[in-house]
Ligand binder design. Sequence first.
Ligand code: NAD
Length: 260
Amino acid sequence: MLKGKTAVVTGSTSGIGLAIARAYAAQGANIVINGFGAPDDIEKERAGIEAEFGVQARYSAADMAHGGAIAVMIAEAEAEFGSVDVLVNNAGIQFVSPIEEFPIEKWDAIIAINLSAAFHATRAALPGMKQRKWGRIINTASAHALVASPFKSAYVAAKHGIAGLTKTVALEAATFGVTVNAICPGYVWTPLVEKQIPDTMAARGLTREQVINDVLLEAQPTKQFVTSEEVADLAVFLASDSAKSITGVILPIDGGWTAH
Ligand code: NAD
């Protein structure tokens, strides 16, 4: 389905982004993976994608906190593969704290990585997509693009911002064969969720089990974590030609969370 196309997936050394990168490679796309991690682990993933799916995979170490590095990542992908056809703005971090104690540098980092990075990457990739009259921009938002939870002020603000960015760019790109959508997962068991458990325990005075069952899964009527593979399958569908009329959508995949 994506043979001859190139997909850049930010934050794809782990979790949801890695699942999306692998799913696009399985559809024949050349891939740019990005994110942090141990160099050996990243190289293993990169080489594994090439070997398993018979595509080309490159790694960009661009830090999503820096707009200049993001523009370079897109330019390098275009130079190497000839185009960036699918852009997934997925990199994200979390920090959990009451707002009175929320560290200012954590606020700045979350807004930069979870929101501004999508602006910088979209700004750099959209001109080529418009010129070729085909493109897919998929923003990994969150159920927190639609509803809030306490102690996540920066994350919820950034994800609501992503929803606004998604709708705006969808309107600007609509006549150019470029769709722009946001996927809004509920809780997916990834390092991002695992890492917030100790802080949530502290902020709410709960045990680990209470956080998992009474905070995380409490929000999700299915009482099950969403899987990265389910999110990746949705990203594949949104990149398909069957989804060409779906644009500007803030799409939950959250086990019913935002139906509340
Ligand atoms: P994860 O921690 O497994 O992966 C995050 C990825 O982002 C990693 O590859 C990491 O290296 C990368 N990253 C972090 N900071 C970066 C930076 N400055 N520059 C480049 N890369 C950076 O987390 P995940 O759960 O897979 O999260 C992926 C996205 O999904 C995030 O945007 C997150 O907000 C969103 N999301 C996650 C959940 C969930 O429950 N896990 C739910 C809704 C939305």
